[in-house]
Design a protein around this ligand. Structure first.
Ligand SMILES: *Cc1c(COP(=O)(O)O)cnc(C)c1O
Length: 358
């Protein structure tokens, strides 16, 4: 606490990212990073861009990257916004579209940044409780609101919501902007991107951090009606015109130009996920169905906190949330096959140790 802090600074509770340990080499299954490196073509493009042009500001409108994205997703360039990670795109969207008078709706168990943003931007909100199977009750979105945000597939539950269900939420709430955070959509879900032309209130947000293995580059993007994109640009250009640097612009573009690499790594992650689920179930875990690059699981006898700590001593980091309703679950990112084999063997060791000591 400092006397120099504003009221806002005093009152906010910032997001706590998953650990990025420096002291020891862990198998990192705690922040949903991709287990594979980015495409070699991305690295090459970034190297090429590391030249004397860094003397000059980057293109504030990200025209080339927006052209690439709009071709890839069959949109118009004016339906695309690019930001410094999707967290920034989300923050700009809350500022640009959410109404101060009415509550913003989002699930009680979802990406924890939403609650931080509503507090930071002094918005009201109402949490929509997921049912006891962690499904989103669609009817709960049929109330007055100042905006809606839904993660699909949801984090940290990994559960996927059908396009049909989401379209109902978007249609019913035509007076509000409905944000669909599709950070994990490439791992088996269907995007709403094909419906951007149908709904003036639909904003889809995606990221290069997960399926494109570029968490370190910080690029996210949004798709929506051109008026929504114009709104985002108004906010961005009132804060920082140059959110994406030259290296990030080059790397992001190259990522969409190496489709074969993207498909092969994406499918490898899905394949590993489907192999790990039965092994975890054999060890007594209840594992939710997943269309993401992580699993949400609890053990039928041993507490999640205990397993979390035992794994950590054995050099494996997973994510544990000390929050109501999910404090007995672990969120486990999908690593490569070898990493997941080590996870399974360490888990059987831990479970055997605990069960024989009881
Ligand atoms: C990882 C994640 C993001 C943030 O991604 P960045 O592009 O790295 O900022 C946004 N939403 C959800 C649900 C995520 O899991």
């Amino acid at each position: 606490m400092s006397k120099y802090w504003s009221e806002t600074t005093k009152n906010i509770e910032p997001y706590i990212p998953g650990e990025q340990p420096k002291n020891r080499k862990y198998i990192k299954l705690n922040t949903n990073e991709n287990p594979y490196p980015p495409s070699p073509k991305v690295i090459e493009a970034i190297k090429q861009a590391a030249n004397e042009n860094l003397q000059l500001y980057p293109d504030p409108n990200c025209d080339e990257l927006r052209n690439t994205l709009s071709n890839y997703y069959k949109l118009l360039p004016n339906q695309v916004f690019v930001g410094n990670g999707s967290d920034e795109v989300l923050a700009f969207s809350f500022m640009a579209f959410f109404n101060k008078e009415k509550p913003i709706l989002f699930a009680d168990i979802t990406y924890s940044f939403y609650e931080i943003y509503v507090n930071l931007f002094k918005l009201k909100h109402k949490l929509i409780p997921l049912d006891n199977k962690f499904n989103l009750p669609l009817d709960s979105f049929c109330i007055e609101n100042g905006g809606i945000v839904v993660t699909n597939p949801n984090a940290p539950t990994s559960k996927y919501i059908s396009v049909e269900s989401l379209k109902k939420i978007v249609e019913y709430n035509i007076e509000s902007v409905v944000i669909i955070d599709e950070a994990y959509i490439d791992f088996g879900g269907e995007s709403l991107v094909d419906f951007v032309d149908d709904y003036p209130n639909l904003l889809i947000i995606q990221t290069l951090s997960k399926s494109r293995a570029l968490a370190g580059l910080r690029v996210g993007y949004a798709f929506g009606h051109k008026d929504l994109i114009e709104g985002l640009n108004k906010i961005k250009n009132s804060i920082n015109s140059y959110t994406i640097d030259r290296l990030a612009l080059a790397g992001a573009k190259a990522s969409f130009e190496d489709e074969a690499y993207f498909q092969s790594t994406r499918l490898k992650v899905i394949d590993t996920r489907e192999k790990v689920i039965p092994s975890l179930r054999e060890l007594g875990f209840i594992v939710l169905e997943s269309k993401a690059n992580f699993l949400f699981a609890r053990h039928n006898t041993i507490q999640a906190k205990i397993i979390f700590n035992e794994l950590k001593t054995r050099g494996i980091l997973v994510r544990y949330f000390n929050k109501p309703r999910i404090d007995n679950f672990l969120r486990i990112s999908i690593g490569n096959n070898e990493e997941m084999e080590v996870l399974i063997s360490k888990l059987s060791e831990i479970i055997l140790k605990i069960e024989t000591s009881n």
